[in-house]
Design a protein. Structure first.
Length: 644
């Protein structure tokens, strides 16, 4: 094996904030082969280090920041930072990844992953400059927004520094606070509150060492092919790089009034159309080594601020789902969420749920303490966002986040909470015919999610991008979702796990063709195997890749078993008005048939949803079975709280 920690795979930094100690540990070649990097490294660390059900905001929780394997290289879209923890929003695995420059910088400094444990006595930040790692006082930084934090650290350490950290929402333990990278790049599911609970404001990194593949000529030859593919792709040129993800507004039926009406392109109100957003655009920006530049930079005349990335999810969640159509107000809310460090989807969905509960009389006027929950009230929503970030008044309840918020108002409120394992589903259609969309939310190891498997098995975005490549993929060994939804979903989950472990962006409109390197040219995982071989100097086969993704996924399932997840938590929830219909009952029957088939094909016990020992041993992780087999864990009902 010719992997070298000095050349292409860095060390792991373990930062113990309680003792203010930093330890560096080498990564073995075997670990790279078995877990690839990024999400794979993080999920293994969480399984190994978190014993069972604990309060996610206690010092026992672990925060893992992992580079993808190819971070810092010229292979396009591969410098995402994966951030994983026990989520204070859901109480199960919570992870997400963010773009920007941090992941590349960390790699250039010589590190593959940062693991943070314990809790500092006072606010701290970590400064990394190649081999030097220091835990420093952050009392001057505490209270600053994410943008102010980056500016402060750049004044202190120079403009080249890259920063991951939190804003006021993370400090105030808002359960859907995010980790923000370089001001505008967000990793969701509540990791920001874990930083806050540890008194950790930011990590600033400067790296100067570079990365050298084992076979640079071969690696960069393939990387260039991949870059050229995106540079000549007409859809990238006309849509991704011009409009970005809010192209979805005319393709994905954004929901109106808390998921009540899906809006077609013709029904989009003035203010929510891509051309309305374009009026505020003053430039475009991108993450490290990305030729796509999917993110717009917008200017807000009313406040004189600049923001970035008006994505589909933020426009539907803060806009249409709350009946808000004032374009500038929506952009301002999006920018506020970035500056305070909050996830826009959970923020918007929680506010929309509050409006619905108020309309139905479940949430009384007295509860609100004078704030407005009228549909479409943009100014009131701006006030609510600020109150949430600082946990003021009614904002203190919204800060609990979606299902935890609904729980405050009892079963009647929970009936309108369309979550999976504590995470809001966001907009989705009821996919009656083949069930794959619903199934993919249920099987996601981080709760409801559209980026854990579904998109890759659904094809609609790939067809827009390159119909010929899709035909070739279908002719290879990819299951067709219409005939074999479970097979297609498992392939999709493997692709997402791979993308998150390599550090590859799953793309501005969610496409296989972006997420799996060279898939437009080679059978599904072959291009990745060739790239990994050239990069690490170790021989990778397609089977190695599939086994690694399954190892990671089943480790995540086992982690959630330890958090009390049972088979019943693979359910789906529909609006109460729909649940009683024959159509819904048939959909639910179909769903549970697919869940059973999914568990069988994943090698899990169909009754308990525990990964089976035999499957885990085949993947070389029998130790995972030792921790869960024959054990009963208290049933999950959201995050544990040390103090109720
Ligand atoms: S497609 Fe967009 S989000 Fe993804 S790496 Fe490129 S610029 Fe970043």
């Amino acid at each position: 094996m010719s992997i070298s920690s000095e050349r292409n795979v860095g060390d792991i930094l373990i930062i113990d904030l309680t003792r203010e100690k930093v330890v560096k540990r080498e990564v073995s070649p075997e670990t790279v082969k078995r877990y690839l990097g990024g999400r794979g490294f993080n999920s293994k660390a969480l399984f190994d280090m978190i014993p069972g059900r604990i309060d996610p905001l206690s010092p026992e929780n672990v925060l893992a920041l992992g580079n993808g394997t190819f971070a810092g290289t010229a292979l396009p879209m591969t410098s995402r930072l994966h951030i994983s923890t026990l989520s204070p929003l859901s109480g199960i695995l919570g992870d997400g990844n963010a773009g920007g420059e941090f992941s590349a910088m960390l790699k250039f400094a010589g590190y593959e992953q940062i693991i943070v444990t314990g809790r500092a006595q006072k606010p701290k930040y970590v400064f990394i400059e190649d081999d030097e790692v220091e835990i420093r006082d952050a009392e001057d930084l505490w209270g600053l927004t994410t943008g102010e934090t980056v500016d402060w650290l750049r004044d202190e350490h120079g403009d080249e520094v890259s920063v991951a950290g939190i804003g006021p929402a993370g400090e105030n333990l808002v359960r859907f606070a995010t980790t923000m990278v370089d001001k505008y790049h967000s990793g969701a599911r509540g990791s920001g509150a874990v930083w806050g609970s540890k008194n950790l404001k930011a990590i600033a990194v400067i790296g100067t060492k570079g990365v050298e593949p084992a076979d640079p000529e071969r690696f960069y030859e393939m990387a260039k092919e991949d870059i050229d593919y995106f540079n000549r792709n007409e859809f990238v040129k006309r849509i991704y790089s011009v409009i970005g993800t809010h192209y979805g507004l005319i393709q994905w039926y954004p929901s109106w009034k808390y998921f009540q009406v899906p809006l077609s392109a013709e029904e989009l109100p003035i203010g929510l159309r891509p051309q309305d957003l374009a009026e505020y655009e003053v430039g475009r920006t991108q993450c490290f080594s990305c030729p796509l530049a999917c993110k717009d930079v917008y200017y807000l005349p009313s406040t004189g601020e600049y923001g970035t990335a008006s994505e589909f999810e933020s426009i539907y969640a803060l806009g249409s789902n709350n009946c808000v159509t004032d374009t500038e107000a929506i952009l301002r809310m999006e920018h506020m969420a970035d500056e305070y460090g909050m996830d826009v989807m959970t923020l918007g969905d929680t506010i929309a749920l509050a409006r619905l509960l108020h309309e139905k009389g479940i949430l009384s006027r007295e509860e609100l303490g004078g704030v407005s929950l009228e549909w479409g009230d943009a100014e009131g929503q701006i006030e609510l966002i600020e109150m949430t970030a600082y946990r003021r008044g009614f904002g203190n309840k919204l800060a609990e986040g979606y299902r935890n918020f609904a729980k405050l108002y009892g079963e009647e409120a929970l009936a309108y909470c369309y979550d999976v394992k504590g995470v809001n589903r966001g907009w989705y259609e009821v996919d009656f015919i083949n069930g794959i969309f619903t199934l993919s939310h249920a099987t996601s190891t981080r709760g409801a999610d559209h980026l854990r498997g579904r998109s890759w098995a659904y094809w609609e975005n790939d067809k827009l991008m390159d119909i010929e490549a899709v035909r070739r993929m279908l002719e290879a060994d990819l299951p067709d979702y219409r005939k074999d939804p479970v097979g297609a979903l498992i392939y999709g989950e493997r692709a997402c796990t791979l993308a998150d472990s390599l550090g590859r962006c799953k793309g501005s409109i969610n496409s296989w063709l972006q997420a799996v390197p060279l898939v437009w040219k080679y059978p599904v995982f072959k291009g990745t195997a060739m790239l990994l071989t050239a990069f690490t100097g170790m021989e990778f086969t397609e089977k190695d890749i599939i086994d690694a993704t399954d190892r990671i996924y089943l480790t995540e399932m086992a982690f959630n078993v330890k958090q009390g997840i049972k088979k019943k938590h693979y359910d789906v929830k529909f609006p109460p008005e729909f649940t009683a219909t024959e159509r819904a009952k048939a959909q639910v029957r179909r769903h549970w048939e697919l869940v059973d088939e999914y568990l069988r094909r994943r090698g899990c016990d169909v009754e308990t949803a525990y990964p089976a020992r035999e499957t885990l041993e085949e993947l070389g992780i029998g130790y995972v079975a030792d921790e869960i087999e024959g054990k009963e864990f208290p049933e999950w009902d959201g995050p544990v709280r040390e103090v109720a």
